[in-house]
Design a protein around this ligand. Sequence first.
Ligand code: ATP
Ligand code: MG
Length: 705
Amino acid sequence: MTAGLNLAQQEAVNYLHGPCLVLAGAGSGKTRVITHKIGRLIQAGLPPNRIAAITFTNKAAAEMRERAKTLIGREARDVLICTFHALGVRMLRQDGANLGLKPQFSILDSDDVTGILKDAGGSVDAATARQWQWAISLWKNMGLNASQALAQARDDNEKVTARIMARYEERLSAYQGVDFDDLIGLPLKLLQQHVDVREKWQAQLGHVLVDEYQDTNTTQYEVLKLLVGEHARFTAVGDDDQSIYGWRGATLDNLRRLPLDFPALKVVKLEQNYRSTSAILRAANNVIGPNPKLFPKTLFSELGEGEPVRVVDCDNEGHEAERTVARIQSTRAGMLAGAGGDVQQEWRDFAVLYRANHQARVFEQALRKAQIPYKVSGGQSFFDRAEIKDLCAWFRLWINNDDDPAFLRAVTTPKRGIGHQTLQSLGEFAGKYRVSLFEALFSASLASVLAARTVGCLHEFGRYVNDLEFRARHCNGADDARSFLLEWLKEIDYEKHLYDGEESERLAASRWTHVLEFCDWMALRCGGQIDDTAGVTTASETKSLLEVAQTISLLSTISERDTDQNVVTLSTLHAAKGLEWPHVMLVGVTEGMLPFKLGDDDNPTGRADGPMSEGIVQRLQEERRLMYVGITRAQRSLAVSWTKRRKKGREMISAQPSRFIAEMALDKTTTREDPREKLKALRAEFAKKAEVSAAAAAAADASAP
Ligand code: ATP
Ligand code: MG
């Protein structure tokens, strides 16, 4: 298990019986330590199901599961490899009853939460509701409940938000619903307040490994501490220079506190970078230089100097996209000296990385025009599509009849003659008797507030939901699940609903295709052919349709496992964390984009060297870490581009290269790329290829009988 590891990595992998922190820069093999250590622990006799490895995203979990399988074989299937959130679902499912939670609780997504908050706060304005949502989420991540938040509120605005939070909490518990933050907060409460549950989990887990530790928040750290208990058998790996989720409550304090909370902590530092050439690594080290250091570290690479890092000046977005595509084409054709040589590069070897999702569009257009296959990762998720949310609302209602948001969506999708007025009366009735909408519907006294015919309609719906739940529970295997789902869609006439609601037939057809794809996806998971239910269940467990349905809200994209597609990746910098590509293009490295919106209104004096507030300084540091993450994704070649003009609102304004470009301290004589030279070279290459194939054709002709 220690083959392919350097001495420091081996030290971390072989240290089995106490707390261990691997603290090292990008590409130094931290994630590799985690995978190998899983193997080492099994080799040392720890049963696989007593090992938990926690990753930052589902995608990272899926990848680690693959790597572990290759390294360890079948036994890797039983290791719990998942995100903190998926672990939370598992804990709440097993032990949530201690907190009054039914095992069939619903997981509410961000849109549900916005809706509930609008209602709880009496606002019609989604933007206001989202501000509340944001504030409440930060409080929850700091471990505060509504009354604690109220106690520490600094102004009227915060007080109002804290009061809305109290109403929000009430509703969630009435709906038997939890939001994403609860998936961490409630397990923490369980472990803190229920000694038996805590002891059970501590006995169950023999070793806990955490990747990307620098991006954990306060609550996650508390959960970790309680899970590992006194023995503190855990391995955390991280890099303070890559902490990029401060805006979501992640805190570097977790790194600072670790040696204090665990005096026996063994700290291992890794210094060799195995990913990037020296030229790329030097740019990365230069950029991160100005940031204050939590722990000093130096990184070196033995992969040689490599191709210089290029800075590409562009006129505007469109020009930038063109040049990016040209670079991909010429590099792929093997034109880049020292960065792949004569070997043909695959599409999957390229990534275009940017700061914000909306930047992807122009690059998508340019790639399409050039007929280059690509995928956008970290973009709109399959599960955010309206049609998929419709189906999920129905599933949620089968699983948990008390899920009122799901009830409201299902009962109106498709329309079944139950209108807004009826639902409002039902809602008031339910509120008065403190029951869920579903429970209210079967109440004998409902007839006193609604007409008999209306009550009849509601009963029919209620009975239908019960019937579906029964059928879903008794569905076994993929074929069974598939035919049940299709039957149900026919019963509610969902395809017609899509065509009725969509102006364009083409759009309706594509929505219906998504629905079918989704049914297939569900069916495969029921059959146990695919074991990626976010790690909430392990592979060896078989799943009923209801079980699979409960884990859906945790998965963020449907094709997370398609890592093998041979396509160019477009990704945000945040979503690129932990990954690597031979050729990376960082685009939009323009002041105002990266660092993001730091200029104009942030500096009260308006002078470039004016004073900056503490908050701005920290944001700038986080943006710098983001740039560092971007640079260090590249293995063999890196190009950084910026535009002389950029959009600001609806206007085009003139723009400057990002300060981070100067901070890379590149050698100016070698870094500017002359596009004309490139084109000349490309033409020469094509001419050469044409000559070779003409010669080959001639040779073939000559040898023909
Ligand atoms: P990041 O900070 O970006 O998450 P990391 O520290 O987790 O990076 P890995 O992804 O584990 O780094 O490793 C980076 C690359 O180096 C991978 O391709 C990995 O296979 C390779 N690698 C790691 N350790 C070694 C080693 N000892 N020998 C050869 N290659 C290695
Ligand atoms: Mg890693």
